[in-house]
Ligand binder design. Structure first.
Ligand code: PLP
Length: 342
């Protein structure tokens, strides 16, 4: 049976060109800083996001955790959105690895949230309270349906954070989706951050890898922590070669956004479910199910060849990517509608 896999943009497989580049990659021992392909990727990536330096890491999770570890000492607090990946989907790693306390905030990403972090969430000096050290943003915000944070919003957080002596880290796993959706340079967003992580292995199509970028001294320390966590990868040029080609796929993310809009449009008005068309800004579609539990719905569409993920008990998430065509999307929409109309 044909399978249309809309669980995540991480399911994308390396293209033939990537596989060839991987096979032919010039490599060396990256722990000694001698892998020319990794060095080239790190330099390209740093330039792309407008930072002094970058380090290649095996995963987005490691990139985020290295940022937290490098920005923070034990016992401090990190403000993040309640829906953020760092708070919900990283196995409590910030507490386990860095000994920090995450302070989740509702709607950190919208105007209301930005106002409230100033008064209520940055800790005042006190012998009883932890010190706030870092704000983590996420753009696009995965669990909110891939919604985009605009440069003006990021600027407000950044200026406020710096006023209070805090640093700003961006979980930019899908920051290029945000830049493409806003039709702006990625540096128009990353300029409001002290560090940024982005993933090569999601919509950009590389098989493995993410980048953490920031100031030179910050990246030097993050590189030491990468080794501490077992992320020193030796002849990693084989992976970096695919990462370099993935950077060519940035502009084509707009096609993934078109596919998401097409899926959302096809599903709007279907009985038994609701999709908020206005929230479909990038490559993620959230479908709220009125009656069917998400798990049962996923089994039903799965048995007809469409894969998606559960976002909550009654919300499912579809993610579009370069390995599905517009025809696949139309086909998936028909299958989903048939299940909902049963
Ligand atoms: C917003 C966000 N941040 C971080 C990550 C972590 O990336 P990885 O799966 O490479 O650890 C993900 C993965 O889905 C993500 O969606």
């Amino acid at each position: 049976m044909k399978v249309i896999d809309l669980r995540s943009d991480t399911v994308t497989k390396p293209s033939a060109a990537m596989r060839k580049a991987m096979m032919e990659a010039e490599v060396g021992d990256d722990v000694y800083g001698e892998d020319p392909t990794v060095n080239r990727l790190e330099q390209l990536a740093a330039e792309l996001v407008g930072k002094e330096a970058a380090v290649f890491v095996p995963s987005g999770t490691m990139g985020n955790q290295l940022a937290i570890m490098t920005h923070c000492e034990r016992g401090v607090e990190v403000i993040c959105d309640r829906k953020s990946h760092i708070f919900n989907y990283e196995m409590a790693a910030a507490s386990v690895l860095s000994g920090v306390q995450l302070h989740p905030v509702d709607d950190l990403h919208n105007e209301k949230g930005i106002g409230t972090i100033m008064g209520d969430f940055i800790r005042p000096p006190s012998p009883f309270l932890p010190r706030t050290r870092l704000v983590c943003l996420e753009n696009t915000l995965n669990a909110d349906g891939g919604t985009v944070m605009r440069p003006e919003q990021m600027a407000v957080v950044y200026r406020l954070a710096h006023e209070y002596g805090l640093q700003v880290h961006l979980d930019g796993a899908r920051i290029f989706n945000a830049a493409v959706a806003l039709d702006c340079e990625v540096t128009d967003l990353t300029c409001y951050t002290d560090s940024v992580m982005f993933c090569l292995s999601k919509g950009l199509g590389a098989p493995v890898g993410s980048i953490l970028a920031g100031e030179k001294t910050f990246i030097e320390q993050a590189r030491r922590y990468r080794k501490l966590l077992g992320g020193g990868m030796r002849q990693a040029g084989i992976l970096a070669a695919a990462g370099i080609l993935a950077l060519n796929n940035i502009s084509s993310l707009s096609e993934d956004h078109q596919k998401a809009r097409a899926l959302a449009a096809a599903l709007s008005g279907v009985p038994g479910a609701k999709v908020d068309l206005e929230k479909v800004e990038t490559n993620i579609v959230l479908l709220d199910l009125k009656e069917l539990p998400a798990r049962q719905f996923l089994e039903l569409i799965g048995s007809n060849g469409v894969l998606a993920g559960a976002q909550s008990c009654n919300t499912v998430r579809f993610v579009t990517h370069r390995d599905v065509t517009m025809d696949d999307i139309q086909e998936a929409a028909e299958i989903i509608k048939a299940v909902l109309c049963q």
